[in-house]
Design a protein around this ligand. Structure first.
Ligand code: ZN
Length: 324
């Protein structure tokens, strides 16, 4: 089957699957909670909405290790912040990203703890962790698919994406370069999306007088509309993230790969849309700024902060402290 016929089929099928298929909405049982569960739920419940089950499943098929032992074995470099090793099926994270959980087991620290330790950089760390979890998902779930959408994506990766990267390896002779590059393409798409969505959240909060980094702070808002609800100008809300969100650079084994190299390669645009559709199936993330605003309006902590901010705004100061 030619590429464009495959693509046409994919948009039709993925579109209908996303519409009709339901996500695993039941909470994970105690036994299903992986070392990533606390981190994933803390990030998705309060900061960026996504379904944590997919990454949890990827983590439960992987191991967690601190870099020291693996550095001694030469598996990871001395300066790696985080890494995923596909052969060992192991996520390698520095101790400052970990904590000892209630059962005495090492786990990824929740975002509240990462904020305590790292301040605003905690969100950059969160995006790195998601990047590594995405490598695990790619290895364990996309390339060993048990859903139609993963199977389809795997076919496109093997037939089109990996060869596309192979043609750009530019003399690098490391054996599975195209496959490694495809895995990075997938992981950057997922990790950078965390940063993208946090920027979107910051924009919406700022417009309504709140700050993402100091949720107890409150300043004058430009928003007009119903009191006690997050608002944005209507024209701002409708643009679809599927059309907006793109990644332009990835790092593959220390080499910067500019995805726009070679100009107007239509495949890249198509693949990014396919990655978007597969992410929608896996994570059920917001599809637009409007979705994000609706999530905020249904979130008791954020609406309470907004109400406190609006009540405090009668005072002439630019910055007011409000209750959390
Ligand atoms: Zn990576």
């Amino acid at each position: 089957m030619g590429f464009f016929r495959r693509f046409l089929l994919s948009t039709l099928l993925l579109g209908s699957l996303i519409f009709f298929d339901s996500f695993p909405s039941a909470r994970a049982t105690e036994a299903q909670k992986s070392f990533a569960w606390e981190f994933l739920t803390s990030l998705s419940e309060d900061w960026i909405p996504f379904d944590p089950h997919r990454y949890n499943q990827a983590a439960s098929q992987s191991f967690l290790a601190k870099p020291s032992r693996l550095q001694r074995w030469g598996v990871v470099g001395a300066h790696a912040e985080a890494a995923y090793n596909g052969i060992l099926r192991t996520l390698i994270l520095k101790p400052e990203l970990l904590q000892v959980g209630p059962q005495g087991r090492q786990e990824i620290a929740p975002i509240s703890e990462l904020k305590e330790r790292h301040g605003p950089v905690a969100f950059v760390r969160a995006s790195t962790v998601i990047h590594e979890l995405a490598h695990a998902e790619f290895d364990r779930m996309v390339l060993r698919p048990d859903t139609f959408v993963d199977e389809f994506l795997a076919a496109i990766l093997v037939q089109d994406v990996i060869p596309w990267f192979e043609r750009r390896r530019q003399g690098l002779s490391l054996h599975p370069w195209g496959r490694v590059a495809a895995s990075e393409f997938f992981a950057y798409f997922r990790g950078d999306f965390v940063a993208f969505l946090l920027e979107e959240l910051e924009l919406v909060l700022n417009f309504n007088g709140l700050s993402i980094y100091h949720p107890q702070r409150c300043f004058r808002s430009r928003a007009e509309g119903e009191e006690g609800r997050f608002n944005l100008p209507i024209g701002d809300m409708r643009a679809s993230y599927r059309d907006q969100y793109r990644i332009h650079h990835i790092w593959v084994q220390g080499k910067d790969v500019d995805l726009r190299e070679g100009g107007t390669d239509p495949f890249l645009e198509i693949w990014q849309k396919l990655l978007w559709d597969q992410m929608s199936m896996a994570l059920s993330q917001p599809q637009s700024r409007q979705d994000l605003v609706e999530w905020l309006n249904a979130h008791p902590t954020w609406t309470k902060r907004l109400q406190s901010c609006q009540e405090a705004r009668t005072q002439p100061l630019i910055f007011n402290s409000v209750g959390s």
